[in-house]
Design a protein around this ligand. Sequence first.
Ligand code: GLC
Length: 404
Amino acid sequence: MSIVFLSPTGKVGGAEAALHEMLAGLREQHPSWSLRLIVASDGPLVARVEALGVPVDILPFPDALARVGDWSVGEGVWARTVFGARSLGAGPAALRYLRQLRRRLHALTPSVIHTNGLKMHLLGAWARPRGAGLVWHFHDYAGRRAIARTLLRRSVHKCDAIVANSRSVAEDAQRVCGTRVKTHSVWNAVDLDRFSPSGPRLDLDALAGLPPAGDDVLRVGLVATFARWKGHETFLNALGLLPTSLRVRGYVVGGPIYETSGGQVALRDLRSCAEALGLGARVGFTGFVEDASAAMRALDVVVHASTDPEPFGLVIAEAMACGKAVVASGAGGAIELTESGTNALTHDPGDARALAHRIETLAADAGLRHRLGSAGRATAEQCFTRARMALELTPIYQELAHAH
Ligand code: GLC
């Protein structure tokens, strides 16, 4: 079996972290399979995948193509106009890239091509050599993105199977792509050694430039990329609603990572929002952290506050694996991972009051925090192993390799 994976970026967001774990799992389960990654920009993913013994080719997108928005393209007329204008400019660059990719894939003669991101789904569809099966791996809701929806529909006849990161995303994929192509829901895996209750802890106060918070202070952090829908404002509003007597400090952990602008919050806007809410030293902004597990271990409570349904919610799975009490926004794939009151608490997306209430409940009850954390770790050990993910993918690849 020979599989080539295509990633539109070498930066490590959720979809790329999931790709890394998937490759690690396949490597462990099938040491004789030939795996290779083609990535369209350099970044930390490259060294991490190479460290697994999987060769990586960097085939950079031309600038014009790199700048075209991805899943972030929304429904608005303005968003579509900007996207349209950029895409027109990117057309010739895309064709050039397609030719390069086609040549590379022909030389590699894979049995299966597995794509991880909208641009690679489309490029993979049009560059695949005869004889190679094509798997689209959906990490987001195509149905919520007008342009993605249309483009995928036009190319779906070239795709052989869809993998979705949750049942919720799988249902959406079927609404967009129809049922001719088989859609499989396969949860992501988490590195359970790295995301574990013991290990190094970051000094979040120092990173945020704040004085040490003190041992009696509950540390509550939103760990997320800066995508607008990750709910930074909901989190800040929730902190603002907490009684001032409560010994709590909030942390916004993360920064912007993807190149495609639009759809991201700016740090200065979040700082002004915190200021307007009078949060002062009640909240710190750590910026991007390389080791999310060390940030999570430094927290008592990990908050997930997405205002849109979360396709899967890798952060939720990772925080559970770290044995942390999690408050998650209960919609989309996130509700498949959580059982409120057992391995996490949930609140409705965007409901700052409910989020504040959950934080208060956890601040008052160390026993509950502990129980949720232990149950979260047990869920992770049962559901988020690399082996489980690799074993679920194996028959999908085998069927395609056989058919081709
Ligand atoms: C995307 C989704 C997120 C998911 C990740 C990995 O980033 O938005 O929910 O956890 O992919 O599948």
